[in-house]
Design a protein around this ligand. Structure first.
Ligand code: BYC
Length: 472
């Protein structure tokens, strides 16, 4: 069965909103606040229309439609993946029992918290990227920025729907608060650290969509396993949209590395800054920053929250059903890296409180594939330099390494050595100024900024020269 989505409704949805007047009214009264937020905090660059992918179905085939859309006419909706009626809880104490269609009273607070944290990241990223449209390296990239932003907006809708539909008055208040906290705001910042950092340039944007959106992929993957079925189904559909965001990051960094190689060859020097390029060591520092900030998003390596969420069936593991163990984990152990006697050492700990690390390990493996990819570009272009992921303890502000200084190579150093080496390991003021100086908009169809290579393919079979965006 596959239910199409009706775009003639005020809030397009596949959850039969029309049959629940109370809920429909509640969401319709949140809608103008959302639109006000989008206008003031969303993409700043004025457009006539943008070539966007819009969800029209949730089925496996043909769920999306492409076309130029005027932003004032863009419609955010509520879409849940469809699933059989016999889904069972896959892990934890209630393993094997039917999943929940309502929120059990004893898990209300925890589920609401997980949904609020997830929901908070979505508008945060739109706020962080607000000004990027003013300096897009091409119309193709500008279009991708809008695509990512409208989908993050829709992911906010997804969480707000759950809050309104299942968490009563408290949920409605939390939905309101999602529009009132703002990225980087001193009084009411976003909840998680990475979402209060700036995304001031396009290199940061590609790094963010590679490393931080990828945390989103893994967190959504665990919530997709949830015993709370509406959350599970929501996350399943969000994951489909998420894939494009990571594509933007992966290929964005591909293209920067490619261009950097071209400039190094052309000018026979690694110092390509004077030639309008981004030097490889600067790319490495951006990797170091975005990777380490994203590792913080997994929480602490030892977390009773994580253990409780799992045991209660609220949040599973990545690909829970493919794991070959008892899915309860009370007897299992996990090896973690920690700091002991002045150096990095390993420790055996019970598996349940180490579940944040289980997820983080999956994430790290996935990140390595990006590095491999970019290094293949360097290799093919005949360069010996390689990009690397720093040690998991590097530049951390959450978890076991937060109180220590660890170099990218995994060595523990004192505060003085840390400070002295900072500019060589993280983007320095000079690096950021240089990258910022390259950020000039290129809005003629088919043209591209000098610091990045064009994409291998356009969107939806269209050529790179296509007029993806008509500016306002
Ligand atoms: N910043 O027990 P612990 C995405 C707090 S991204 C600030 O280790 P837990 C997206 C923690 O709240 C995915 N605070 O944490 C990407 C706790 O506070 P309380 C977003 C932090 O709960 C790009 C205390 O420290 N989704 O979708 O096991 C664009 C103890 O921590 C941080 C989710 O994250 C931090 N980084 O794990 C758009 C999924 N880390 O309780 C979108 C939902 C921890 O002591 N969230 N704390 O007051 C969760 O599953 C968990 O809350 C976390 C934290 C994994 C985030």
């Amino acid at each position: 069965m596959s239910m199409g989505i009706d775009y003639s409704e005020k809030i397009p949805n596949n959850v039969d909103l029309a049959s629940d007047r109370r809920l429909q009214r509640a969401l319709e009264s949140w809608q103008p606040d959302f639109l006000r937020w989008w206008t003031t905090m969303g993409p700043a660059v004025p457009t006539q229309d943008v070539y966007l992918r819009t969800a029209v179905d949730v089925g496996k085939e043909g769920w999306a439609r492409f076309g130029h859309v005027a932003m004032e006419e863009y419609r955010w909706g509520v879409f849940l993946a469809e699933r059989g009626d016999d889904r069972r809880i896959a892990f934890g104490e209630q393993r094997g029992e039917p999943v929940w269609q309502q929120v059990p009273g004893e898990h209300r607070a925890d589920l609401q918290r997980l949904i609020v944290i997830q929901g908070d990241t979505e508008p945060a990223s739109v706020e962080q990227q607000r000004r990027l449209g003013e300096t897009a390296p091409s119309l193709y990239d500008l279009r991708n920025l809008f695509q990512v932003n409208v989908e993050e907006g829709r992911h906010l809708w997804a969480m707000v729907y759950l809050l309104h539909a299942y968490f009563g008055r408290n949920g409605r208040e939390e939905a309101q608060a999602l529009l009132h906290r703002n990225s980087g705001d001193l009084d009411s910042p976003r909840i998680l650290g990475a979402f209060n950092e700036e995304t001031p340039d396009w290199l940061s944007f590609f790094m963010f969509t590679y490393f931080t959106d990828r945390d989103g992929k893994y967190q959504l993957g665990t919530l997709k396993e949830s015993a709370f079925d509406p959350l599970s189904r929501t996350c399943e559909f969000m994951l489909k949209e998420e894939a494009h965001h990571m594509f933007v990051g992966t290929t964005g960094i591909d293209r920067v590395v490619t261009r950097t190689c071209e400039l190094m060859r052309e000018h026979d020097t690694a110092d390509i800054a004077p030639h309008g390029g981004i030097p490889l060591d600067v790319i490495q520092k951006y990797v170091n920053f975005h990777y380490s900030v994203s590792l913080d998003l997994f929480g602490s390596e030892r977390s009773t929250n994580a253990a409780n969420y799992f045991t209660a069936g609220l949040k599973g593991r990545w690909q829970e059903e493919r794991r070959k163990d008892d899915h309860v984990l009370t007897e299992d152990a996990f090896t973690i890296e920690t700091v002991r006697d002045g150096s990095v050492a390993t420790d055996e700990v019970p598996a349940l409180p180490a579940l944040n690390l289980d997820l983080r390990d999956e994430y790290v493996k996935d990140c390595r594939s990006g590095l491999k990819r970019w290094n293949r570009i360097l290799e093919k272009q005949g360069f010996d330099e390689r990009l690397t992921l720093p040690h998991v303890g590097f530049n951390r502000h959450v978890g076991l390494f937060a109180e220590h200084h660890v170099t990218p190579a995994g060595e523990l150093v004192g505060p003085d050595a840390w400070e002295a080496g900072k500019d060589a390991r993280l983007p320095s003021a000079a690096d950021k100024t240089h990258v910022q100086s390259l950020m000039r908009p290129v809005y003629e169809p088919g043209r591209i900024a000098g610091w990045i290579a064009p994409p291998a393919n356009g969107i939806n079979g269209k050529p790179f020269e296509y007029e993806y965006v008509h500016l306002g």
